[in-house]
Design a protein around this ligand. Structure first.
Ligand code: FES
Ligand SMILES: [Fe+2]
Length: 436
């Protein structure tokens, strides 16, 4: 697909994105090649593999991978297919092993990726097999940022630090605020959705607008998160921003005026003095370890790191939630999501946050069900020939006057209710798709 063809489909200057990019099989195959083998992809969190030999399995695009802490403590990632005939080497979600054996013919690999065992090697292969050449295929680059492990198949790609760019200023808040560090609690939620991966990703990268309609009923029933019971009329008045970053990342509901901290304090005072102390300690820690400006931001709402890694970080009283939208075809994703808690938080906060995880954006949660129903219905409604052959509208805020935006902070500012992050998401998508 040429750059010219792509720019006809993704006209971000006009706020128009053609629906073909959510349906076309050829475009999907190109995405797997040009995005999922070239961008940095989130693999998991370091607390999921604390000791040598710990591993978990996941996917990069549609390629299964094993993320394995080797015997020296180094985090490595390998294609999870046997070099003999392609069987999945590791069929468990997670575990600990110094070596893994393929269940088909028994080839065995070490945590350093070497082929260390071949049944009846001498008898059946003699000198015909050079074992040193048939170790597991290793992911070219694996790097952590504040405990978040990313991998990239492209040895020539920019560094993870450069890929995250200015987003790091905000990620640092998520990483540094927890008193005892973030820990992913064991287990995860997984569910399948009949939607294109970009529909889910752009929602987390840029769609504050839907909250008013889609999730309005939760406020009416008094089910909003504690401390965030904003009167309906005041919702639009909030001094929050949508921030876009180079390389397609987007962040929503970011405030610079200590409002997030004040909301947590108000909620904490209603709960327990111990929790008030905890909130103040988190704030102090940000001030000491980062800066007064980052302490005033304190948390941000939700974001998507291009292409498929999303995070929720609304409050210190809520869990940090990690999501990966695993692509499984033009109209299918597997949603994987994890709950992360502050190891240093009081037990009451941890318990409340865990309950909140289940109630909110999870498979059976109030917000999660609202969102997934929208995504499924819009996919079904655009299945037809006419429905697919239309542009979707991303024009909100296209001509927004940004003169009052606080430009001294990192990121490209957009008004809170705008589709500027989605436009940047698709602009970068088209840029990557145009590279042969
Ligand atoms: S496919 Fe793994 S040993 Fe044959
Ligand atoms: Fe939502």
């Amino acid at each position: 697909m040429t750059a010219q063809e792509l720019s006809a489909l993704v006209r971000t200057g006009d706020g128009l994105v053609h629906r073909r990019i959510f349906w076309d099989e050829e475009i999907y195959r190109l995405e797997l090649e040009r995005i999922f083998t070239r961008c940095w992809l989130y693999l998991g969190h370091e607390t999921q593999i604390k000791s040598p030999g710990d591993y978990f399995t996941t996917y990069m695009g549609e390629d299964p991978v094993i993320v394995w802490r080797d015997k020296h403590g180094k985090v490595r990632a390998y294609l999870n297919t046997c070099q003999h005939r392609g069987m999945k080497v590791c069929r468990a979600d997670s575990g600990n092993a110094s070596s893994l054996s393929c269940s088909f013919h028994g080839w065995t690999y070490s945590s350093e990726g070497e082929l260390i065992g071949v049944p009846f090697f001498r008898e059946v292969y003699g000198a015909d097999l050079d074992r040193a050449r048939w170790g597991l295929r290793e992911v070219a680059k694996v790097t952590s940022y504040g405990g978040l492990i990313f991998g990239c198949w492209d040895a020539g790609s920019i560094s993870l630090g450069d890929y995250l760019g200015d987003l790091r200023w905000y990620l640092d808040i998520l990483i540094e605020r927890p008193l005892g560090g973030l820990e992913v609690i064991p287990g995860m939620q997984r569910y399948k959705l009949p939607v294109n991966w970009k529909i889910q990703a752009e929602n987390f990268a840029g769609d504050t607008y839907h909250v008013i309609s889609t999730h309005r009923w939760t406020a009416k029933l008094g089910l909003r998160p504690i401390g965030l019971e904003i009167p309906e009329g005041a919702f639009l008045e909030r001094k929050a921003y949508a921030l876009a970053f180079d390389h397609g990342h987007g962040l929503l509901e970011t405030m610079f005026n200590s409002e997030a901290y004040e909301a947590d304090l108000t909620a904490a005072r209603r709960l327990d003095p111990e929790i008030t102390d905890y909130i103040n300690a988190c704030h102090d820690r940000l001030e000491k370890r980062l800066s007064a400006k980052q302490a005033a931001v304190y948390s941000w709402g939700v974001g998507n790191i291009f292409p498929t890694f999303a995070i929720q970080n609304f409050q210190a009283l809520r869990p940090v939630e990690f999501y990966v939208w695993q692509p499984r075809g033009p109209q299918r994703i597997d949603v994987w999501q994890w709950c992360a808690l502050d190891r240093g938080a009081p037990t009451k906060v941890r318990e409340q946050a865990t309950r909140y995880f289940l109630r909110h954006q999870s498979a059976g949660g109030l917000f999660g069900e609202d969102d997934t129903d929208n995504f499924e219905q819009l996919t079904a409604a655009t299945r037809g020939v006419i429905g697919q052959n239309c542009f979707s509208n991303y024009q909100m805020g296209l001509r927004h006057d940004a003169s009052s935006d606080p430009k001294e902070y990192p990121g490209h500012f957009g008004f809170r209710m705008s589709e500027h992050c989605q436009r940047e998401f698709y602009r970068y998508w088209a840029e990557r798709m145009a590279v042969d």
